[in-house]
Design a protein around this ligand. Structure first.
Ligand code: SF4
Ligand code: SF4
Length: 152
């Protein structure tokens, strides 16, 4: 069933990319609200376990200040530079994810964490290919695509 759904989601995403961006934004944003009303990230935390968010210099400054350590100390302890030259966490699951699925730096978390899974951003058609990929990790994204597929 999951494989069949994913194939249908791939075809759906292709069709949706041709939809007017404003109309698609309205549909996806409404579904984002509806789905996250029924689902708690604290029951999931898949993104915090598996995806390595890109961490910007602004993120480093903000998180280091929150932790009361020097930015260079924060970077040295928690971050590595990936093949694209971006900071990512040294290891995943994220070192700030607690056993209760709470993020211990939630108020100052990286911008990439704040923005994930991108289903409430403007011009969502620009990230539909990424949305399809995210549906394999994020149950909320999977459900949004399911509801779109069913015409909800
Ligand atoms: S910083 Fe927080 S929100 Fe971001 S991956 Fe780590 S635990 Fe999750
Ligand atoms: S994968 Fe999706 S549902 Fe799960 S914690 Fe992340 S954003 Fe929330």
């Amino acid at each position: 069933m999951a494989k069949a759904a994913r194939q249908e989601h791939a075809a759906l995403v292709k069709r949706l990319c041709a939809t007017g961006s404003r109309r698609l934004d309205e549909r996806v944003h409404a579904l984002h609200e509806a789905v996250f009303d029924t689902l708690s990230c604290l029951d999931c935390a898949n993104c915090c376990r598996t995806l390595g968010p890109r961490i910007t210099d602004a993120d480093v400054q903000r998180i280091a200040a929150f932790l009361r350590i020097k930015p260079s100390g924060f970077a040295g302890q928690y971050l590595v530079v990936d093949e694209d030259g971006d900071y990512i966490f040294r290891s995943m699951p994220c070192p700030f994810l607690g056993g209760d699925n709470y993020c211990s730096i939630y108020d100052v978390r990286p911008r990439a964490c704040r923005d994930y899974p991108h289903t409430d951003r403007p011009r969502v058609y620009q990230v539909m290919a990424l949305t399809l990929k995210n549906s394999a990790i994020c149950p909320a994204v999977f459900e949004i695509l399911e509801r779109l597929r069913k015409g909800a």
